[in-house]
Write a new protein. Sequence first.
Length: 419
Amino acid sequence: MEITFVNDFGQTFVVEIDASMELENVMALLEAESGIPPAEQSITYEGRDLSNPKATMHELGVANHAMLTLRRKVVNPAGAPIEQDSEMMRLQLLGDPNLMRQLRETQPEIADAAQHNPQRFAQLLRQHHERLEGQREIERLNADPYDIEAQRRIEEAIRQQAVMENMEHALEYSPESFGKVAMLYVDVEVNGHPIKAFVDSGAQQTIMSPECAESCNIMRLLDTRFSGIARGVGTAKIFGRVHSCQLKVSDLFLPCSIMVMEGRDVDLLLGLDMLKAHQACIDLEKNVLRIQGREVRFLAEHELPAKARFEHLLNPDNPPSVSGAGPSGSGSSGVQGQGAGQGQSRQGTTPTPSSFPGSGTALGSAPAAHPPRNAGSNSGGFPEEHIKILMDLGAPRELAISTLAAADGNVDMAASLLF
């Protein structure tokens, strides 16, 4: 039978033996091939240490054309064999000119590192050992092509290799993709109070935290008829809406409608409603927010609020608040309105009637379910004068009817939703 021995440097030693040959005799043959004395030989096969010198190769389960691992071990002063680490191996290489010459022929990079850079030698030795282990693992898996589990592991190994190649490609050609990107903040004033506002074109509405609304002295203008629950990745409570307040950007004074929602990650979030209303443009080439001819510079990372800096986001002692109130979950597409005085439904109970005819559904949210209103009528069951009021504001008839349905027939609320 033919057996191949491989050491940590990739050198192979092929010996022809009989299956009934004892391990100690095989180790004597290896001494002539590798120059390693039998006392310093460590032989492993399929993760098992072959330590019984009187056992035959057949008894040890070694088959024909098997591949075994050969390592050199040293003996400590007490006489007990110990597996050498990379530094011991490096010192032995430097003390053995023949082995050093063979290593320089097969692995010149490792040989150079052994002479000049011990840290690099340990790293290369570890990488080489991992490659050998991977090759041996693939050889073991390919031994039985009908083993489903082995094929699954081969598939995963191929996938992992593709992932690593893709990552190396990204590191070489687009390393900037691994960097952190600061969010877009600008300096604004609300009712004379300076705020660092987060610009988020992915949010439908402009949102402010209740603490910031208190400091800006606009909570007195809060319309609680627009209270409700924002649903997205998580949930957040909507306290209401301030229909109009003064927002100063650069030297411009702009009217802005703000939804007050719980959450402490962002004081003020400028949503798509405000950006579109004033035809703002996010210019990433110049790193500015262009609005009505003015260019407002986005804040640098060191100018951001403490809650928006990377060290705060990565700090486990400062977990993020409820999703939906933060920067990325603030879109109001999941807002479900709740009228003033209307309690949330509880299991087994019915909600209390609302004194306000509108449901308080926020702009952009899904319309609430309503009982059918004369399905056969083209007016949707609403008075023609109410429809005409909305049409006079520039809305088509179909949009006027659907907006009245969303506002539960309240024409003032429907007009507010149109805007």
